[in-house]
Design a protein around this ligand. Structure first.
Ligand code: F6R
Length: 586
């Protein structure tokens, strides 16, 4: 999604803004821009492309002035063009705005501004109505606080924006999209994510919905939308959220895959909520598991674990589909929302639907101060540190590990997980990736790939296909092994590759039958297994562990296949086209 920034300092802000924008790029990387106030004028530089490229072209970081705003964009309204890049200015260039989210009624507002106020719009975004509304109200009242209160009355939708006034005020507004204030010795910074904060800032205030903040003369005041002064708490950030770098790795995706032997050891660790969450589940008649993308695949895995090992009535509910099936949410149920960011709009919508049905909300997230955390009765933290690569990797394994812990709690220790064994298995797989790199080289020109798995391995197959689509642009499909013969087999010929997730558990024998059906159609089989089989064209070996835990380790070579295939195809896995890390719009 987009990232928004606002910075007030006692020195030139453009270099720091550009540095922060670079760190926030994972939220959107179509285009970028800054606007800086100097005396009573605002200078703006913006362009299409990633931060470094646009900065090399336009020297955004050379602008001078002590107050400014910045933006990286993931297009929702209007194509990726320089005109549509943020910041957007009002018609007199006296107010600039960067925005994240959607103004649902922008067409109506735009028409009114054009007809009744003679505004000539320069972009096709929904954003540009905001600076123009601000200007109209500010000209009437000359009062920034009143201007904001009047403007938010007009706006419909979920949004956060930062506005820069040439009169010297920096304003942040939050309505269902994230906005955080960072407080330093000389700096006050508004940001969509703590990842964007300069290294020296660790004190933060998480704005609540329907609040706005006015920064003026290096001081700040927070109000609610009715104009009352709002109370706030200053929190200190955990160390690992500052200055997130790639270290010795070339890509964040690579770093995050290789961090898993450590991150798995601390998944949900010391979390007092683990038992409380298990209790909530125990006392509910029905459990609904929701999430989007990778987190939805985890929801499907969760359904297997809760029903198989804890005998719980459970159903997965794709977050973006929840509103079409909410009638099935029965009384005394729990909605378990799974989300790395805790900010996905679809997940938050599913939660609000669940709340309307009186479901208890529990969640599993990587950001303890996210919107989802605030909507939950209890939430458990993944503890895996910031995940920057667009493709979810370490968050997926941490989510799964926590599920095993919760389910183990419910079934009195029937699947106790030895994290050390899992961590060692990861180390073993990651210590020699040469076979996988060779495989990636030999399949780099494929156009289609199928991934099959049965039972709990089916959502792993779906997750693998998602990863491959996302970072290699190869069409990939995850299929339940038994379903191949009911249709997809028609697609098999000598040019087809099929990854078979085949650990030595109760799905093994059935999978071997499927492998033989695939081989009879001359397609190639890539077996992911602890056991070799003569029908595999490629065998990616995984260590032998207790059967119940194979999903946790088989995903590692599958992530690696996606990663190395991405490199072979010349793609930057951290920033695949058209995507953004945190999707805060519906
Ligand atoms: C896939 C991926 C996405 C996210 C999805 C939900 O690699 O990262 O599919 O899983 O957008 O995001 P969260 O978990 O933040 O709600």
């Amino acid at each position: 999604m987009c990232s928004i920034l606002g910075l007030d300092s006692d020195h030139d802000v453009a270099p720091d803004l550009v540095k922060s924008l670079k760190k926030m790029e994972y939220r959107g990387y179509d285009s970028v821009g800054v606007a800086i106030k100097n005396d009573s004028s605002i200078s703006i530089k913006k362009g299409v492309g990633k931060v470094n490229a646009v900065n090399n072209d336009l020297q955004m970081d050379k602008l001078s002035g002590h107050m400014g705003i910045g933006h990286t964009r993931w297009a929702t309204h209007g194509k990726v063009t320089p005109e549509n890049a943020h910041p957007h200015m009002c018609s007199t260039n006296s107010i600039g705005v960067v925005h994240n989210g959607i103004i649902e009624n922008y067409l109506e507002l735009r028409e009114d501004l054009e007809k009744n106020h003679g505004v000539i719009f320069k972009s096709t975004t929904d954003t540009e109505v905001i600076p123009n509304l601000l200007k109209i109200y500010f000209e009437k009242s000359h009062d920034v606080k009143k201007t904001i209160m009047d403007t938010v009355q007009k706006l419909k939708g979920h949004y956060a924006f930062v506005a820069l006034f040439n009169t010297g005020e920096l304003v942040g507004v939050k309505n269902h999209e994230p906005l955080i204030l960072g407080i330093g010795d000389t700096d006050l910074i508004l940001t969509s994510d703590v990842v964007g904060l300069p290294e020296n800032i660790s004190s933060v205030v998480y704005l609540e919905n329907n609040q706005f903040i006015i920064i003026e003369n290096h001081k700040h005041k927070i109000f609610d939308f009715t104009g009352h002064v709002a109370q706030f708490t200053i929190k200190t950030l955990p160390k690992n959220y500052q200055n997130v770098t790639k270290g010795s790795y070339k890509y964040f995706t690579e770093k995050e895959i290789f961090e898993q032997p450590d991150s798995i050891l601390v998944a949900g660790c010391n979390d007092e909520h683990l038992e409380k969450i298990a209790d909530v589940v125990k006392n509910s008649d029905y459990l609904y598991l929701t999430g989007s993308g990778t987190s939805y695949n985890i929801a499907v895995i969760a359904k297997y674990l809760f029903s198989r090992y804890a005998g719980k009535k459970a159903e997965h509910l794709m977050a973006s589909e929840a509103k079409y099936s909410s009638q099935y949410i029965v009384p005394n149920s729990t909605l378990f929302a799974i989300s790395q960011s805790g900010e996905s709009a679809d997940v938050l919508e599913a939660v609000s639907i669940g709340k309307k049905k009186n479901a208890k909300i529990i969640s599993m997230i990587n950001s303890e101060n996210s919107s989802l955390a605030r909507e939950s009765l209890y939430s458990i933290g993944l503890n895996c540190g910031p995940e920057i690569g667009v493709a979810a990797t370490k968050s997926f394994t941490s989510q799964m590990a926590i599920l095993y812990k919760i389910v183990d709690n419910l079934c009195d220790g029937c699947i106790t997980l030895n994290f050390k064994i899992i961590s060692d298995a990861y180390k073993k797989i990651l210590s020699d990736t040469s076979t996988i790199q060779e495989l990636a080289k030999s399949i780099k020109n494929i156009e289609n790939i199928f991934v099959i798995g049965r039972g709990i391995h089916y959502p792993i197959a779906k997750e693998t296909a998602l990863k491959i689509k996302e970072i290699t642009y190869v069409h990939a499909e995850g299929i339940a092994g038994g379903e191949l013969k009911h249709g997809p087999l028609a697609l098999m010929d000598e040019s087809t590759y099929v990854i078979v997730i085949n650990p030595d558990d109760d799905s093994y024998v059935d999978n071997i039958s499927t492998v033989n059906e695939i081989k009879s159609r001359n397609a190639k089989v890539i077996g992911i297994s602890n056991k070799e089989h003569p029908s595999y064209d490629y065998w990616i070996q995984i260590p032998t562990i207790a059967k119940a835990f194979y999903p946790l380790i088989e995903i590692i070579p599958l992530q690696l296949i996606s990663y190395y295939l991405s490199l072979e195809r010349g793609i930057d896995p951290d920033y695949p086209k058209n995507l953004a890390k945190s999707v805060t719009v519906k």
